[in-house]
Write a protein that binds this ligand. Structure first.
Ligand SMILES: Cc1cc2nc3c(=O)[nH]c(=O)nc-3n(C[C@H](O)[C@H](O)[C@H](O)COP(=O)(O)OP(=O)(O)OC[C@H]3O[C@@H](n4cnc5c(N)ncnc54)[C@H](O)[C@@H]3O)c2cc1C
Length: 273
């Protein structure tokens, strides 16, 4: 009888996605929002606040990639992302179903303007975010460098409903007790969450709370506007929000900066409308 030697029997290799990373944790907040963590490529170096392209393999066998802010700080061993779930969204209609152990695609080429290096030195740093626009600030709020460069950091975040604030609230409230960065933060971080549709102790749009001076009074800052000599801003929200914010900050004399030319504020879209 002709018996084939065992060495000739080959197992089919398990296909691995290009730039694959393994999901380690998934947490859902609402039917529109979730966060997940994944392994980090050893070679990936990034500055807190930058974004990368991530995604899944599409039905056509081609990678389906979208821009995502890295929500974890640059020192973290893993990567964290905070995501919308768009019901008919090509990527997020699938991405929202990922589980620990699944693979995602991550192109390790971080870019972006929401970085500390794109701002001139100052005393007070403002983060202005709507919705998932808090993601880059979730990274920057966990970076010791942020608190070494600024005496005071103010996180303004606005969502429609209270449940949509949960990711940011939990993060901010856990930071002072964080064994790694709690000591850098001390009492420097101030948090100003508001809702626009549901009752909440603080309500209203970021732009309205700045223009009316309410946020300055509520936080007892003793100012009535941002000062280009001392205040620095980072903006991340919808296009309309970003434009309204730029108008307010420019009206107070702050200029837009970039990696190549640092100035008083920087802005990035949280998504493309
Ligand atoms: C620089 C940059 C950074 C980004 N970072 C993030 C991030 O950290 N987290 C994240 O969830 N998304 C982020 N996005 C948006 C992301 O790239 C995708 O648009 C989103 O994941 C939806 O993908 P999709 O294929 O399901 O739908 P898409 O076809 O991409 O979007 C469909 C529609 O959904 C709406 N939409 C998309 N994203 C959002 C959002 N985040 N919030 C509210 N409405 C949205 C828009 O109206 C859009 O036209 C970022 C976009 C840019 C440009």
């Amino acid at each position: 009888m002709d018996v084939k030697p065992v060495t000739e029997i080959k197992t089919k290799p398990v296909p691995t996605l290009p730039d694959a990373q393994t999901v380690t944790e998934v947490e859902h907040y609402t039917d529109r929002l979730f966060r997940f963590r994944c392994s980090r490529p050893q070679s990936l170096r990034f500055r807190s606040g930058e974004f990368v392209m991530i995604g899944l393999m599409g039905d056509n066998g081609k990678p389906l990639l979208r821009a995502y802010s890295i929500a974890s700080p640059s020192w973290d061993e893993e990567l964290e992302f905070y995501s919308i779930k768009v019901p008919d969204g090509p990527l997020t209609s699938k991405l929202q179903h990922i589980k620990a152990g699944d693979e995602i695609i991550l192109r390790p080429k971080p870019v972006g303007t929401l970085v500390l290096d794109a701002l001139l030195p100052g005393k007070r740093l403002w983060f202005f975010a709507t919705g998932t626009g808090i993601a880059p600030f979730a990274s920057l709020m966990r970076d010791p460098d942020t608190f070494e460069r600024y005496e005071e950091v103010i996180m303004m975040h606005t969502c429609r409903d209270v449940a949509e604030l949960e990711y940011g609230r939990h993060l901010v409230e856990s930071l002072p007790d964080d064994p790694l960065i709690g000591e850098f933060i001390g009492d420097k971080l101030k948090y100003y969450p508001t809702t626009t549709r549901e009752a909440f102790p603080r309500q209203g749009r970021i732009t309205d709370n700045l223009a009316s001076g309410k946020v300055f009074a509520d936080l007892g800052l003793g100012i009535d506007k941002l000062d280009p000599a001392t205040d620095r801003g980072m903006i991340c929200g919808s296009l309309a929000f970003n434009l309204d914010m730029k108008e307010i900050l420019e009206g107070w004399g702050l200029n837009e900066g970039a990696n190549s030319e640092p100035a008083e504020y920087v802005v990035e879209k949280a998504f493309v409308d």
